[in-house]
Design a binder for this molecule. Sequence first.
Ligand code: HEM
Length: 147
Amino acid sequence: MVHWTAEEKATIASVWQKVDLENDGHNVLSRLFITYPWTKRYFSSFGNISNETAIAGNSKVHAHGKKILGALDNAAHHLDDIKNLLHDLSHTHASELHVDPENFKRLGEVFVIVLASKLGPAFTPSAHAAVQKFIAVVVDALGHGYH
Ligand code: HEM
């Protein structure tokens, strides 16, 4: 089981207060699509996501970005229970959506970059370290349904 220090918990809580599920979620999913274009293939039901302008104006990208951050929000509020919390979601991504789990790491990386560009100097090395650990735990939990 993952151990969280009191400092890490406090750091994640304070960073998380600054997260905007809708805007940041949209930024994360847009950047995922633009930086790693092959990730778009899973979202054929979203209509036009062929370029940056189309992605920016696509309401399904907005709604889904918020949904993803909603799951991260839940995880951030239950740090000691992330594996259980993401159990079903992991199975959905593995067995129904057939998402290559490497893409979870990419989404995590993009999330860290969105936070860093939003928070600037407030995204201190210790904030970065705590968020990176959080993402690693989430990625690991989402990978459980694959084996
Ligand atoms: C931190 C990583 C991720 C989280 C927390 C997450 C979360 C979610 C959530 C909450 C849903 C909705 C499930 C439902 O309605 O039951 C979902 C659906 C989905 N996810 Fe993920 N996801 C992540 C990464 C990814 C990645 C990297 C991909 C593909 C590159 C992906 C592809 C999909 C697809 C295709 C759906 C269904 C979309 C639809 O048609 O509505 N997910 N995800």
